[in-house]
Design a protein around this ligand. Structure first.
Ligand code: CMC
Length: 431
């Protein structure tokens, strides 16, 4: 980050001035370095972190106005078209695309880490069968910290790499087991002969009673979805992972914390909410009614899959996802899928509506992903779990980057206190 200029803060009360450095990254807005304010008894106020850069990062760049998303400088559209999720996971973690030997070694290491300690099965059995897969994933991922605690020195780069491989390998297994437990099927163990996505589909859909063939078109579509969801700079769950990890906490516990944050309907839970909304709309004729509900300030309803904190233009991931949706429905002979028709029409109407135009609300990545998942036979309750599986690549990369930074400090936001001032405790006040 280069130090380009300074801003001057003038206190109207006494004419005092303070100068703050302005720093410029390689891309994106300049950042005012406010760290010295605390020496002057001042804090900044920014609930929701609308204007706060919590860290410097070399991993992901978003230009929300232009609708751009780069991983390590590579545009998301190019990665979705030409790369694979494993290659992208390597890129996010190591900073460069792997050569053929590095890619093979990385994939093999991830595969070799796919098995879970057998004792973990008993953790699953503590849950009711109808438990939401995300509840199970948060708990089981957190529980794995008990199995890899003493062995993990988070301040050692090689140890962090090993933890990253363990997490990339084990999260798909946990996700698939959460699903199998939910539907009452026996667990299916990972197969080292299969590639990452094929292995996940195998663990989700095969049963001991018959053969299961992975459809290559669907495997490629899922691989693309994982690439699109792999990282998104400092969003709520990634910031949670960083904040949790900043204290030196166990990586499995950090990723479990990130999953908990992701689960919310305003974040990774949105794809599930989109499908529920499309089912509730039920017919294109009812779209105007739902658009009006979304615009009505007295109604809490929001058009799920629309809007984004950073994108004030088309989410570039949504464009790739819409195309993937076409490909999957075509492959499965589902071109007349009524939900896809409702989604396309809803997008068309909303994009012409003054309210959505004025507030720059465009479809986000989750608007189409649910339709693709549903067509692939993935149940709604697993949508966020798959998002979590993809985002693990970003979480481990961001966690590794944070701890690699020599100037790393524990994350500790401050507050503006607005509660009662000092008062004295009165004993016997009820008598
Ligand atoms: N439908 C109707 N109005 C909306 C919507 C929506 N989907 N999104 C935002 N608005 C309105 C909101 O009411 C507010 O209006 P006003 O200024 O009059 O109060 C204005 O637009 C700004 O909204 P905000 O909530 O202040 O914006 P935010 O940056 O805090 O929230 C968001 C971003 C994604 C949480 C929000 O747009 C939303 O709730 N969208 C629906 C949920 C969704 O699709 N989430 C997935 C996000 S993408 C996946 C991921 O990265 O996690």
């Amino acid at each position: 980050m280069t130090n380009t200029s300074r801003v001057k803060l003038v206190f109207e009360s006494d004419g005092r001035t303070l100068e703050l450095p302005v720093m410029q990254g390689t891309l994106g807005p300049a950042v005012v370095d406010v760290r010295s304010l605390v020496q002057h008894g001042l804090l900044t106020y920014d609930p929701g972190f609308m204007a706060t850069a919590s860290c410097t990062s070399c991993i992901t760049y978003i230009d929300g106005d232009a609708g751009l998303l780069y991983y390590r400088g590579y545009p998301i559209e190019q990665l979705a078209q030409h790369s694979s999720f494993m290659e992208v996971a390597y890129l996010l973690l190591e900073g460069e695309l792997p050569d053929a030997a590095q890619k093979l070694a990385f994939e093999q290491s991830v595969r070799q880490n796919a098995m879970l300690h057998d004792q973990i099965n008993t953790v699953f059995r503590g849950f009711q069968r109808n438990a939401h897969p995300m509840a199970v994933m948060v708990a089981v991922t957190g529980a794995l910290s008990a199995f890899y605690h003493e062995s993990t020195n988070v301040f050692d780069a090689e140890n962090r790499r090993l933890a990253a491989l363990q997490l990339l390998g084990k999260i798909p297994t946990i996700a698939a087991m959460s699903y199998k437990y939910n539907v009452g099927d026996p667990f299916v163990y990972p197969q080292n002969r299969l590639h990452y996505v094929e292995n996940f589909l195998h663990m989700m859909f095969s049963t001991p009673s018959g053969p299961y063939e992975v459809n290559p078109v669907l495997a490629r579509a899922l691989d693309k979805i994982l690439i699109l969801h792999a990282d998104h700079e400092q969003n709520a769950s990634t910031s949670t992972v960083r904040l949790t990890g900043s204290s030196g906490a166990n990586p499995f516990a950090c990723i479990a914390a990130g999953m908990a944050s992701l689960w919310g309907p305003l974040h990774g839970g949105a794809n599930e909410a989109v499908l529920k909304m499309l089912a509730e709309i039920g017919d294109v004729s009812r779209i105007p009614e739902f658009i009006n509900r979304a615009k009505d300030k007295s109604n809490a309803f929001r058009l799920m899959g629309f809007g984004h904190r950073v994108y004030k233009n088309m989410d570039p991931r949504a464009a790739v996802m819409r195309q993937t949706c076409h490909e999957v429905l075509n492959e499965l002979d589902l071109n007349d899928d009524p939900m896809f028709k409702i989604a396309l029409e809803l997008e068309r109407i909303a994009l012409q509506d003054e309210y959505f135009i004025a507030k720059k609300l465009y479809p986000n990545v989750d608007f189409y992903s649910g339709i693709v998942f549903r067509a692939m036979g993935i149940p709604e309750s697993m949508f966020t779990a798959i998002f979590a599986l993809a985002r693990t690549a970003g979480w481990v990369a961001q966690w590794h980057e944070m701890l690699s930074d020599g100037g790393h400090r524990i994350g500790r936001p401050r507050q503006q206190y607005v509660g009662p001032t000092r008062r004295d405790y009165v004993p016997d006040r009820n008598h």
